[in-house]
Design a protein around this ligand. Structure first.
Ligand code: GLV
Ligand code: MN
Ligand code: MN
Ligand code: MN
Length: 383
């Protein structure tokens, strides 16, 4: 199934994917989801927040066991971050049916909309809207790199943004959620592991303002160059991150007007900061923000997955399965923070590289992930 998806949104020169939410490549992936659901006779629909669902059984009769992930990707991302969880969900249903399993509860497959926030800046838009963590009025006005708001993008596709927001019906259909995901660091040495926690993390936009002027005729002493402030911030982020035991990244920058031969008037740069200790992340941001113009675009507090559930997953998959924290954000973390019992399975990433075309998981490990997911779903259906 990953092979079927391999060509969608792929940059043939680099091998990286571009699957921004609501782009043509992501719409193709949504179509694929519908076809896979139909091929299995699952009841499928798109909810008010653009999340895709497919059900084996009726979740209005009794709340179900839900699994899935997302189909969008970071820009120049890999093939696994997101799609592996959705593909594995369909595969796990096939495995259970092959075993002749009769689910005691409905099993749901979900693909959350815009998990990466590549287009509108805020990650996990679909699950944040669904749970009410992101107010719909803020979501509607989020502006993409192309200048269009989320509301405009949805409208252009004949989708309404009026219905965005907390979805009680969708929440009531979920008894428990399990997301399978490729591990994104180098800490998982077994084929499959279980998530313990997600580090607190956030994104902040720094606006460094200066005065545009000629690159040749403006004396160094006369310059008001915001690029220098930006450069200082990048170096400070590294120094302070080391000092506080967190990670900090300036991975996106926009220079205005972006001429090689002019001093810029504005440099906007996005800081991504995370770490095991929320206080340390906040201290880093406070220190870097001092005297600067900063807007917080998103903040996700630490998530500790329910211990009994995570231990149950680990016992089900056996091994014994490693239980590990992660510095990557996930929809499962959003659902957990909204009170939906949630857990995650990780599939080994031999190099730890992710958010890059080089992201990779061995086929055997992916297959082990599917078996583990099927076992976990069967176990959770027993309650
Ligand atoms: C998303 O994958 C993130 O952790 O930024
Ligand atoms: Mn990601
Ligand atoms: Mn992901
Ligand atoms: Mn993520």
């Amino acid at each position: 199934m990953l092979d079927v998806l391999a060509g969608i949104g792929r940059n043939v020169r680099t091998g990286g994917y571009r699957r921004d939410a609501w782009s043509s490549s992501e719409l193709e992936l949504r179509e694929w989801f519908g076809q896979e659901a139909d091929a299995r006779g699952l009841d499928r629909y798109e909810d008010r927040n653009g999340n895709l669902w497919a059900w084996w059984g009726d979740p209005d009769r009794t709340p179900g066991v839900v699994t899935g992930s997302h189909l969008d990707s970071v820009r120049e991302g890999g093939a696994f971050d997101g799609p592996l969880g959705v593909v594995s969900a369909f595969q796990a249903v096939d495995v259970l049916r092959g075993r002749g399993f009769e689910p005691g509860r409905p099993i749901g497959i979900v693909s959350f909309s815009d998990e990466e926030g590549a287009r509108f800046g805020v990650p996990c838009i679909g699950s944040r809207l669904l749970t009410g963590i992101l107010p719909p009025e803020r979501a509607r006005g989020l502006t993409g790199d192309d200048g269009g708001t989320l509301a405009e993008v949805l409208r252009a596709q004949g989708r309404d943004s009026v219905g965005l927001g907390r979805d009680e019906k969708a929440l009531a259909r979920m008894k428990v959620f399990v997301e399978l995901h490729i591990e994104q660091g180098r800490n998982l040495t077994e084929p499959v592991g279980v998530a313990a926690a997600i580090w607190p993390h956030g994104r902040w936009r720094f606006d460094f303002r200066g005065t545009a002027d000629h690159a040749g005729t403006t004396a160094l002493a006369d310059r008001d160059d915001p690029m220098l402030s930006y450069a200082h911030a990048v170096l400070a982020a590294r120094r302070v991150a080391e000092q506080f035991g967190v990670v900090a990244t300036f991975g996106k920058v926009r220079v205005s007007p972006n001429n090689a031969n002019a001093i810029p008037s504005l440099v906007s740069a996005w800081l991504d900061a995370r770490g095991p200790d929320e206080g340390a992340v906040r201290r880093l941001v406070a220190e870097l923000s001092e005297g600067q113009e900063v807007v917080c675009e998103s903040w996700t507090p630490e998530v500790t997955f329910p211990t009994a559930l995570r231990d149950r997953l680990a016992a089900t998959i056996g091994g014994p399965a490693p239980i590990l924290p992660t510095g990557a954000g996930h929809d499962a973390g959003i659902l957990a923070s909204a009170g939906i019992p949630s857990a995650m399975l990780f599939v080994r990433n031999p190099t730890g590289v992710s958010h890059s075309p080089a992201e990779f998981a061995e086929p055997d490990d992916c297959a082990a992930g599917v078996t583990a997911l099927a076992d976990v779903l069967a176990d959770l259906c027993g309650d």
